[in-house]
Design a protein around this ligand. Sequence first.
Ligand code: GLU
Length: 379
Amino acid sequence: MSRDSLKKTRRLVVKVGSQLTCGQGLEVGRLKAIAKQLAQLRREGRECLLVTSGAVALGYKRLGLAERPTTLRLKQASAAAGQVALMVGWEKALEAYGLKAAQILLTAEDLADRARFLNAKNTFATLIELGAIPVVNENDTVAVAELKVGDNDTLGSLVASLCEADLFINLTDQDGLFEADPKERPEAAQIFEIAKVTPEILALAGGSGPLGTGGMFTKVQAAGRLAERGLPSIIANGLTRDILLRLLAGERLGTYFPPLAKRRPAYKHWLAFAARPKGKLLVDAGAALALQEKGKSLLPGGILAVEGLFSAGDAVAISLVGQEPFGVGLVNYSAPEVGQILGLSSQQIESRLGYSHSDEIIHRDNLVVFGDPPKENLS
Ligand code: GLU
């Protein structure tokens, strides 16, 4: 998918990083510049959502703390104080261009729970229908470490997926990704397009270069996940004049991540990245091959061991022994049940348990394998 096709974008999610929203204080001029562009995009008939950072960065100063806090307690307090300033900023900036802001604060739990996720999706749909601009941030004040999405790059990509956006634009204070640190190597070239986020690209993004500063790792990771789901993203500089309008006119700015596949169902993206696995199934090489290459369901025969305590219907990770998970699925049996039937054939489930709700431990409709999208999905 070429950049030219971005002209047709109907719904877009724009994430604005703390580097942009917050300098010495709230960067009113920058917010207004973005609001002005959103108003123009709306006039062109496009639907826009914002994901904004800056609550912690603005809040700690308002609370008189000398530096950005590192403890959860102070971060939560800062976010509470800063979110008000951030939203007042967006409210005023959007209002100046005739747009209405509508705040949505989300936690990882809201996204992990299917019912709450769908509720959020409905609220987004209603706000868009009513012509408001949803302005999203993580609900930092209530999210404790293990329940956090953690960063707004990931949150932004989940929102883009949830609301079925056609494009995710991640605005930061850098032009995009470079082949090396331009501070050390001024001749380093900007990368205008990343066809696929490979482990090498992620390593580059997480390294010490410019790609490593300003949280490039999570930006690239989020873009890679959306590409797998079939959604394009761009990392671009929010300080560049009319950046959003120019990107949507197909101009070659920022770093573009074209979609890798035709659009995958939102449900599968939710399963892969928003649902929180409650346990893990360790499988043998034959089962891994059947799931990864052949699009099959997971049967009890291929399971070697079960970890964690989960109920039927929960999300669980799937991996080979000693390796990182290669997929996630919703199980048809609880952990104790899987413990009793692993290694058996599906026909033996009933004689072992006294009942059988299904032949599969995880049906392929409820299963996502990470990495390359299924071959038949390639456009
Ligand atoms: N939610 C955090 C804030 O508003 C920002 C997280 C991030 O920058 O990724 O301060």
